[in-house]
Design a binder for this molecule. Structure first.
Ligand code: ATP
Ligand code: MG
Length: 365
């Protein structure tokens, strides 16, 4: 799928923007604070009904104005569609698909698929296990709403178990109902996460190999907090709850379960987080993110739109060229402060300055 037209009105620092993007690579070049990410944010808004960087829709309305809008026309395998998102400081958000008002943001999902890679996604590699769990949880919830409900129930149960542990009244019998519920839900969560990582890892490993010109091997594996559990995570978790009882009481929290699981990311046998260079870490994060694109493509039989915010800066010329080569059948919106190694490619380049976007042609040298 690809966007045929984009229109912003009073959105962030844009008074008005009309754009007929290329169905392939679109590069937005500009200095810091010019308004490059704002354009990606507007596209993300029309795909998911919310911004990727704020929960407060009011922030998206241009300073001093009362309303803003983003309108898109998109071409899918199944035909043409339009999406419009209007934001009003008093009336809130109003979404329309093909001219028809939608009552909930959820109804928008599936019309326009985007995959966004932003500098925030580097947290996936650089920070602790909770960022990697968040990545899986977000990905899985989009693909499988039942996972989201399961996770919510688990987190609720976990809060109650932990509260009980803190009271000093926790013992085998009072904990039993929580242990029962948490091991059942935890078993399901862990199982789905492992399948998710398995589905992504092959593709991510392949992508990393291509991006690094065959020089590096990425290895991705789900790492449960309970070792040697075999296939029956539910039973193993129940056992771990019993085994850890004294310790859990002492620390006032539950020390095993999917809320303690992680994802192992290795490059040539070494932990990427500890030993990877900036560029290697970025390549690994990008490979994981791009594997989402392949997964959505195989599920929907259509190519999502890819939003790449500031990915080039830590990649060498070779990796930049490889990235673009891998994406040649995808509509991409890519932001950068300069063209780096992208010269001479088939692409549409736009200069962005103070909320004004001006095309500077294709095939820029
Ligand atoms: N509601 C708003 N109204 C007007 N301007 C806004 C609003 N929200 C943000 N801005 C302005 O938009 C600019 C930031 O835009 P954006 O994040 O797109 O920059 P960028 O080109 O991606 O920069 P960088 O290269 O630093 O990432 C800032 O100057 C900010 O003041
Ligand atoms: Mg930016």
């Amino acid at each position: 799928m690809y966007l045929e037209s984009v229109r912003l009105l009073e959105f962030r620092n844009y008074e008005r923007l009309t754009l007929a993007p290329s169905p392939k690579l679109n590069v937005l070049i500009g200095e810091n604070a010019a308004g490059k990410t704002n354009v990606l944010e507007a596209l993300f808004l029309c795909a998911l009904g919310r911004s990727h960087r704020t929960r407060h829709d009011g922030e998206l309305i241009r300073y001093g104005k009362n309303n803003a809008s983003v309108s898109l026309e998109l071409k899918k395998r199944s035909g043409s569609h339009s999406i419009c998102c209007r934001l009003d400081s008093e009336l809130g958000k109003e979404l329309k698909a093909d001219g028809k008002p939608l009552s909930r943001s959820g109804e928008l999902l599936g019309l326009l698929h985007v995959v966004m890679f932003s500098p925030e996604d580097l947290k996936l590699i650089k920070q602790g296990p909770s960022e990697r769990r968040r990545y899986i949880d977000m990905g899985l919830s989009q693909l499988k709403p039942s996972y989201y409900y399961c996770l919510q129930q688990y987190n609720q149960g976990l809060r109650q178990r932990n509260a009980l542990l803190k009271t000093g009244r926790a013992h085998k019998d009072t904990l039993a109902p929580w242990d029962e519920q948490l091991s059942r839900l935890g078993g399901r969560i862990s199982c789905l996460r492992q399948e998710f990582i398995k589905a992504h890892s092959k593709e991510a490993e392949k992508l990393h190999k291509s991006l690094s010109g065959g020089r590096e091997t990425l290895y991705v594996k789900y790492l449960p907090s309970i070792k040697e559990h075999g296939a029956d995570y539910e039973a193993a978790l129940k056992e771990a709850f019993a085994l850890n009882l004294e310790r859990d009481k002492a620390i006032g929290s539950t020390s095993a379960g999917p809320h303690r699981d992680d994802v192992l990311l290795e490059l040539d046998g070494r932990d990427v987080r500890a030993f990877g260079s900036q560029g290697q870490q970025r390549t690994a994060a990008l490979s994981l993110k791009l594997s989402e694109l392949a997964l959505i493509k195989s599920l929907t039989k259509d190519t999502p739109v890819l939003l790449l915010d500031d990915v080039l800066s830590e990649l060498d010329c070779f990796r930049q060229q490889q990235l673009i080569e891998l994406l040649k059948d995808t509509q991409v919106f890519l932001t950068a402060t300069e063209l780096f190694g992208l010269r001479g490619l088939d692409m549409a380049v736009y200069k962005v300055k103070d909320g004004v976007l001006s095309p500077c042609g294709s095939n820029q040298a």
